[in-house]
Design a protein. Structure first.
Length: 252
C-alpha cells in the first residue's frame, strides 16, 4: 500500500486475532507499531519483533485511566500516532431474554465506550499535531443487521458505525480520515470460543448456506482492509464502512 512505510500505528486489541494480524501487516508495510491488549501482549511483541519496530502494553480500553496510560506509552514509543486501528472488542452469545445487565454493560463498555475513549484521545493528538491522520474503527456486519442471540453485540456495533460517521463529519476538516470495517464471520480465537458451544454441523451449514464464498474469512483478510483504509490508496475514502463478509449480506 502507498504511504504506510514509516508511519506510526496504534492498534488496540492487537494481541490476538484480527488485531494481531493487523500488527503483522503494518510491520510488513514498513510501519512502526504499538499494540495493546488484555493478554499476550509481550508474547506477540516478541513474535513480531523480527518484522520491524513494535512495542505494546496491557490495557482495558473501557477504562479511562488505562486509556490515558496507553496514549502516554504509545507517544513515548512512537513519538506520534499517524494511524489508529481501533480494533479492540468482545462478544458473547446470549438470547435477548437472557442477557444480564452485567453482560450488556461489558459488551457496550469495551465495544463502544472503548472505541470512543481511544478514538477521542488519538484524535486530540492528531488535531494538536496538525498533520492529519487516519482512524479505522472495528464495526461488523452486525452493525448492518440484527443477528439472533447477539442483541448486545449488535447494538454496540451499530453504535460504532454511527460514531464513525460522526467522527468523519467533525474530523475531516482537520485532515483526519475516519472509516470502519464491517467483517462478517471471521476465524478468530474469540469466534472459536463461541463456536465451541455450538453443534459443529450448525457451523458448517452456516458457512455453506449463509456465505456465498462458502467459508469463514481469515484475520489476515481483514488486516488487508485495515491497511488499505489507512493508506494513501484510500485518500478520498472517508466516513465509509467496508464490508468484508464473503458475500454474506448479499443473500436475501
Amino acid at each position: 500500500m502507498r504511504g504506510l512505510a514509516g508511519k506510526t500505528v496504534l492498534i488496540t486489541g492487537g494481541s490476538s486475532g484480527i488485531g494481531e494480524a493487523a500488527a503483522r501487516r503494518f510491520l510488513e508495510e514498513g510501519a512502526r507499531v504499538f499494540i495493546c491488549g488484555l493478554d499476550r501482549v509481550a508474547e506477540v511483541v516478541d513474535e513480531l519483533s523480527g518484522l520491524g519496530e513494535i512495542g505494546g502494553t496491557v490495557c482495558d480500553v473501557s477504562r479511562e485511566d488505562e486509556v490515558t496510560r496507553l496514549i502516554a506509552e504509545a507517544r513515548a514509543a512512537l513519538g506520534s500516532v499517524d494511524v489508529l486501528i481501533n480494533n479492540a472488542g468482545t462478544s458473547r452469545r446470549d438470547a435477548f431474554l437472557e442477557i444480564t445487565p452485567e453482560h450488556w454493560d461489558r459488551i457496550i463498555a469495551v465495544n463502544l465506550r472503548g472505541m470512543f475513549l481511544v478514538g477521542q484521545a488519538v484524535s486530540r493528538l492528531m488535531v494538536e499535531r496538525g498533520a492529519g491522520g487516519s482512524i479505522v474503527n472495528m464495526a461488523s456486519t452486525n452493525a448492518l443487521g440484527g443477528e439472533e442471540d447477539y442483541a448486545h453485540y449488535n447494538a454496540s456495533k451499530g453504535g460504532v458505525l454511527l460514531l464513525t460517521k460522526t467522527m468523519a463529519v467533525e474530523l475531516g476538516r482537520h485532515g483526519i480520515r475516519v472509516n470502519a470495517v464491517c467483517p462478517g464471520y471471521i476465524r478468530t480465537p474469540l469466534n472459536a470460543s463461541i463456536e465451541a458451544t455450538l453443534d459443529p454441523d450448525f457451523v458448517a451449514a452456516y458457512q455453506r448456506d449463509h456465505i456465498p464464498l462458502g467459508r469463514a474469512g481469515q484475520a489476515a483478510e481483514v488486516a488487508s482492509a485495515y491497511a488499505f483504509l489507512a493508506s494513501d490508496d484510500a485518500s478520498f475514502v472517508h466516513g465509509a464502512e467496508l464490508v468484508i463478509d464473503g458475500g454474506q449480506l448479499a443473500i436475501m
